[in-house]
Design a protein around this ligand. Structure first.
Ligand code: 5GP
Length: 131
């Protein structure tokens, strides 16, 4: 079920529990600002999630209210994860789903990193034709 990104942060969301170590996850990267782990239900050869350490529901919330240090730390962490996974030269895709139309299911900001294979066109063919 997609979440409402305008609701307050819920400390019981699954990624908050992962950050607190209450639920296991396969760690990829960890620093002061961000934590990266493998998606439990991968949609590509490489499917890694990167989340900020802070309590942010979505990209909207984060971009509006996070500090410059938090934003820089998070963005750098996404880049480091992709680089350390060897995704830069072959290329990769970043995605952040927001709210109902974006089909965001977990109410803690996360960026998906997809790679390890050709990922196809970004936009569904019926919409790409309109371009
Ligand atoms: P969203 O649709 O919110 O952008 O993506 C949520 C992602 O979180 C999905 O790709 C889903 O597979 C992943 N996910 C949900 N629960 C867990 C979990 O408990 N552990 C891990 N590693 N990933 C999860």
């Amino acid at each position: 079920m997609p979440i409402d990104p305008t609701l307050p942060y819920d400390d019981n969301n699954i990624f908050a529990k992962i950050l607190r170590g209450e639920i296991p996850s396969k760690t990829v990267y960890d620093d002061e600002w961000a934590y990266a782990f493998e998606d439990i239900n991968p949609q590509a050869e490489t499917h890694t999630l990167v989340i900020p350490k802070g309590r942010y529901v979505s990209w909207d919330d984060f971009s509006a209210t996070a500090s410059a240090d938090e934003i820089a730390g998070f963005v750098r962490a996404v880049g480091i994860v992709a680089r350390e996974k060897g995704l830069v030269e072959p290329g990769y895709r970043l995605m952040a789903n927001i709210g109902r139309n974006g089909h965001q299911e977990v109410p803690h900001l996360h960026v998906h990193i997809f790679g390890g294979q050709k990922l196809g066109p970004m936009i569904a063919p019926e919409f790409a034709k309109r371009g």
